[in-house]
Design a protein around this ligand. Sequence first.
Ligand code: NDP
Length: 449
Amino acid sequence: MSQSNEQRLADFMHGLKLRNPDEPYFHQAVYEVAKNILPFIHQHPEYQEAMVLERLTEPDRIISFRVCWEDDERNIHVNRGFRVQHSNSIGPYKGGLRFHHEVTVDLFKFLAFEQTLKNSLTGLPMGGGKGGSNFSPRDKSDREVMRFCQSFMNEMYRHIGPDTDVPAGDIGVGAREISYLFGQYKRLANKFTGVLTGKGLAFGGSLIRTEATGYGAVYFLQDAMAVKDRQIDGQTAIVSGSGNVAQHAIEKLIDLGAKVLTASDSDGFIHDKHGFDEDKLAFLKELKNERRGRIKEYADEFGCDYHADKTPWQVDCDIAMPCATQNELCEDDARALLKNGCKAVSEGANMPTVQAGVDLFLDAKIIYAPSKAANAGGVAVSGLEMSQNSMRQTWERSELDGRLRSIMQDIHDKCRQYGEGKDGIDYVQGANIAGFTKVADAMLAYGVM
Ligand code: NDP
C-alpha cells in the first residue's frame, strides 16, 4: 500500500472511531473493507465525491426496544431487542436475528454492515440488516423460548415486512425460534407473508435453507481449490462450532471425501482422529438440535479426545473452517495453522478471524475465503425462499441445491475478477470491491440521501 493510501485509511478510521466510540467489532469490520475500498475509490472519484463509503458506514437506522417475558416460575425478565437496518439500497433489509447473552449494538452494527456487502455479492435484490436480543435460549424451556419470541415480535413486527425487512436465524435462533416468531407475526399482522426466512417446510420454508450456509462455504472452497488444481477429496479438515453452519459444513466435507477431525461448542472441542462419518454426524445433530446437549457427550459416546476450554486450531490439517463465532481464531491460532501445514481456510462464521490472522493468511498466500463471500450461501437461499413465497411456489431440492451451487460459483468468480493479481487471488479484496460496487452504484443513482 502506498503512503497516501495508508494515510487515507488512517484518516478515515480516525473519523469513524470518533463517530462510533467504543465499538471495536464495527471498527474491525469497517477497517477490513476500507483497506481495499479506499484505494479503489481513489481510482473512481465519482464514489469519493458522493461520499459513498462515509454514507455506507452509517446505518439507515438502529431500533432498540424492551422485551419483557415470564419464565416457568412466573418470574419476570427484561431483555433488550435490536434491529440494525443498515442499507436497503438494493433490496429490503435482510439478515439474521441472534439471541445470545453477549450481544451489543456494536456487534449488530458490524454484522449488518457485513451483511450489506454479502447480500450484494449473491446477485439477489437484498439489502442488509441484523438484529436480535441479549436473551439466551440455552437452559430455557420450550415454553419460555416461546414466550420470549412472542414478546420480541410484539414490538419487532411493526419494523419488518416482506418488502421492508426480512429477518432470518443466526446464533441461538434456529427452526424452533423462527417458528414461534413467525407464528406471532402472522397473528399480529393478520397476514401470511414471507416476512421471515428459515421457516418450517409446512409454512413457507425452503428446502436446502438449513444446509445452505455450511454447504455454500464448502462449495466456495471447492472452487478456490480447483483454481489451484486441488480437490477436497482426501484432505483432512478441522471445523469449529457444532450448530447449523458447522453441522452442514461437516456434512458436505464428508460428502466430498474429506476427513473431518473436530467440532466444538463454547465449552471446548472434540478431536476424533478417525474422523466423522454419517452416523457420528447424525449423533451430533440429534445431540445439538434435539437434546440441546454439550459437545463433550460426543467424546463420551465415541471414545475420542475432549479438550475443555480450548479451540481446535492447534490440530494438524489441510483445511480449517471456523463456523462458531466472531474473533474465534486469533493471531497465534493462525500461526499454528500455517506452521502445521494448513493450506486453506473457509469461513462459515461471520468475521471469525482477527485482522492480524487475516494478514498472516494473506501473506502466506494460502487459500483464504473470507466470511462475507464464503458464508453467503445461507442468505442466498433465504433470497430464494423469498422468491418462492412471493410466487406461491415450492421448488425441488435438486433445483435449489443447483441454484446454490451456481450462486457460490458466481460469488467465487466475482471475487476472482476483483481480487486476482500476479501473486494469486486475494479473496478479501475481491469480495469487498465486488460487494461494494453494486451497492455504491445504486446509491449514486438515488442522489444524495
Ligand atoms: P448456532 O447457534 O446454530 O451454532 C453456534 C455454534 O457456535 C454453537 O456450537 C455454539 O456453541 C458456538 N458458539 C457460539 N458462541 C461461541 C463462543 N463465544 N465461543 C465458542 N463457541 C461459540 O449458530 P449458527 O451455526 O447459525 O452460526 C454460526 C456462525 O455462522 C455465526 O457467526 C453466524 O453469524 C454465522 N452465520 C450463520 C448463518 C446461518 O445461516 N445460520 C448464515 C451466515 C453466517 P454453544 O452451543 O456452546 O453456544
